[in-house]
Design a protein around this ligand. Sequence first.
Ligand SMILES: *Cc1c(COP(=O)(O)O)cnc(C)c1O
Length: 356
Amino acid sequence: MRVYNFSAGPSMLPLEVLEQVKKDFTDYNGTGMSVCEMSHRSKPYEEIHNTSISLLRELMGISDDYYVLYLQGGATLQFEAVPLNLLKKGKADYIVTGNFANNAFKVAKKYGDIVCAASSEDKTYTYIPKNVKVREDIDYLHITSNNTIFGTQYNELPKSKAPIVCDMSSNILGKRYNVNDFGLIYAGAQKNISASGLTVVIVKKDLVDSGATEACPNFLKYSTQANANSLYNTPTTFSIYVSMLVFKWLKNLGGVDAMEKINIEKAKMLYDFIDNSKLYKNNVAKEDRSIMNVPFVTGDENLDAKFIKEAAAAGLVSIKGHRLVGGMRASIYNAMPIEGIKALIEFMKKFEKENI
Ligand SMILES: *Cc1c(COP(=O)(O)O)cnc(C)c1O
């Protein structure tokens, strides 16, 4: 039996995609071999690779002014690759809206004059700072579009003369952003794109073609991978193949705009229920609530633990909140069907009745 998996990542994939993977697993498209066994220099793999990239371009509306790179090392390696590539004047500003944003900020400090332009740490990251003043002579401004642990998201981007670099790991393809508003977008694949392993980087060509910093290792230079169509060395072939299937699934569903509508509906159902309940509470500023990650608490740690245990027994798994926040967190990425939200709400109603 499949469960509704509310994990923050790796997270659910569409069942259709998994079924297709199963079908293809031992013999991909008449090749007599699995994608796992396939040379990354072979024709069938090349087609998977290029189809995935062109579908992503189509879904996100990525123009020819940008490179799409398929890398490894997760968003975490990008925390360092970004400054190593882009800090040519040696200055960048960061808006710290959560744990991952803070991690990105902290490691970047090693590489230059890095300033925290604004932070929402004063209220445990329950809001997005507005009207942030950013220095003008910086190489870039770094933001995190969706804060996976605390459950906030950017609806309006900050104003910046310098390019905006965005960690979009947890809401890429779940909400429409205009790629042209960014200098660089990066995302680990394991939330809305694929299995873990793949890291997507979408970067403006002029930022890459003007060279990296002296200190940047050759392997981490975006130009290295851009010049090789992300085949400089062996890429995460299987994860890229799964991404292609996910992109086809998303395209069939109507693309990012259709997906965002569904995501808003899913999130609204859950937030409305929480706001109207006596037992559950979400502490995030309403206008900044994430449509991907919905943290909530009962206010009683023992009751939270009971909730998590009983939810799992009812087939609603991995709903425990991050250790920094406690309580529960329902991660409801693109692949979480609306039925999963309904099942969760039904369970929450029953639990409330039994425990209030
Ligand atoms: C999950 C996540 C990360 C960490 O990604 P890795 O791929 O594990 O390095 C970083 N930033 C955000 C916003 C995330 O949601």
